[in-house]
Design a protein around this ligand. Structure first.
Ligand code: DSN
Length: 439
């Protein structure tokens, strides 16, 4: 993202301190290999919309029913975001207002269950997410949590355990999906278990959303009561959240409209949980940027991109395996690879730090049955969405694994780190970002 002559000149003149901070981030993104599985680079049109004048607009409410005047154009943008998302995910209901995935999850939980009810989600250390019941998160504080884990042998969700826990604890709602689960989410098997105990099923597809949208990952819509996602990972949109339902139905809790006595639809309850329940004014610039992203994701070339994301992850997994890295579940079906570094005699923390110095950004990550704390960890998570957006392919995946291996083999070796950093810079220069800013 080299800045051309005209780029950011107003900011430069108005606030040189922030301009310089921005330029340092521009340069970091330009010259580092972004392997954080949850990150990506949005297109320049999305950047324009996200940085545009809709940031000025208050629009509490929903299109056609706002608490503020002057919403005619943000209404158009939000309607377009909703319509495009419905088409993309083949679903009847979408709410594009959640500011983040966590807020989407909070709204879904607060709509479907009551404080104090039991939920069941994937253990954070086994690939789950904070909002799936971690004790340090609202989900662990407001609900009674039962966590399921992956199998020690396969690294995949252990459905024998899920069924056993479900029957024993009778959760009102089961959450499937996670942040570090390299395999397809098994929606159908979760549905069977949820049906056996009469529980709601919620899918969090924040990670594979782009793959779901293009048919490279099964769709949760036929199986789940509610589906949440973020919009900025494999979906390659602006940072934000979203809630969906394959089918909208009358609410099963007997909530009626005050005047007519009509039974409300679940969509109405979800909408009011988001606003006014947990959020106020929606971020209209981000909602409009989501609409741009969904438009891009509906184009045939987005499917080619997501296919390449998966191909690259598989190439990277193969290259890692050939260098004796242990991968949780033995590989990946998606964009995520979870590496257990135990046999490499290095912690996730040390590997992350050394790789960062070498210009390769990853995150340390717990592995299932980890003996180390979340601040140290025995593993690291890598992913291919961002480097694939830069246009990198199989040759680069092999090269990147060589570079990772050079650093991880000797995390204290400053000379190796320096050499790798120089090679990373050359690689990044061959796959430039944001050419729009070069002119
Ligand atoms: N922290 C995000 C991730 O990296 O997967 C999820 O919230």
């Amino acid at each position: 993202m080299a800045s051309g002559k005209g780029a950011f000149t107003f900011l430069k003149n108005a606030d040189s301190k922030l301009y310089e901070i921005l330029m340092r981030e521009v340069s970091r993104e330009d010259y580092t290999l972004e392997l954080i599985a949850s990150e990506n680079f949005v297109s320049y049109p999305i950047l324009e919309m996200a940085g545009g004048v809709m940031t000025n607009k208050y629009a509490e409410g929903y299109p056609g029913a706002r608490y503020y005047g002057g919403c005619e154009h943000v209404d158009e943008a939000e309607n377009l975001a909703r319509d495009r998302a419905k088409q993309l995910f083949n679903c009847e209901y979408v709410n594009v207002q959640p500011h983040s995935g966590s807020q989407a999850n909070m709204a879904a939980l607060m709509t479907f269950i009551k404080v104090g009810d039991t939920i069941m989600g994937l253990d954070l250390a086994h690939g789950g997410h904070l909002t799936h019941g971690s004790p340090v998160n609202f989900s662990g504080k407001l609900y009674n949590v039962v966590s399921y884990q992956v199998s020690r042998e396969t690294g995949r969700v252990d459905f024998t355990e899920v069924r056993k826990l479900a029957k024993e604890h009778k959760p009102k709602l089961v959450i499937c999906g996670g942040s570090a689960y390299p395999r397809h989410i098994e929606f159908e098997q979760f549905r069977e278990i949820a049906d056996e105990i009469g529980a709601f099923l919620m899918a969090d597809i924040a990670h594979p959303a782009g793959l779901v949208a293009t048919g490279l990952h099964p769709s949760p819509m036929p199986y789940c009561d509610v589906v949440t996602t973020t919009t900025h990972k494999t979906l390659r949109g602006p940072r934000g959240g979203m809630i969906m339902m394959g089918k909208d139905v009358e609410n099963p809790w007997g909530v009626v409209a005050p005047k007519s006595g009509r039974t409300k639809m679940v969509s109405e309850l979800l909408n009011s949980t988001v606003m006014p329940g947990i959020q106020g004014g929606p971020l209209m610039h981000i909602i409009a940027a989501k609409a741009v992203a969904f438009g891009e994701a509906l184009e045939p070339k987005f499917k080619l991109y997501t296919q390449e994301v998966v191909n690259n992850a598989q190439a990277m997994a193969d290259a890692l395996l050939s260098k004796d890295y242990q991968l949780v579940s033995g590989g990946t079906d998606t964009h995520v690879i979870l590496i257990d570094l135990t046999n490499k005699d290095v912690t996730g923390k040390a590997a992350e730090k050394a790789l960062e110095k070498a210009g390769i950004t990853v995150n340390k990550n717990m592995v299932p049955f980890d003996q180390r704390s979340p601040f140290i960890t025995s593993g690291m998570r890598v992913g291919t969405p961002a480097i694939t957006t830069r246009g990198m392919g199989k040759d680069e995946m092999n090269r990147i694994v060589d570079l990772i291996d050079d650093v991880v083999a000797d995390v204290e070796n400053a000379a190796t780190i320096k050499r790798v950093k120089a090679e990373v810079k050359v690689l990044c220069e061959s796959f430039p970002l944001y050419q729009e800013l070069h002119n």
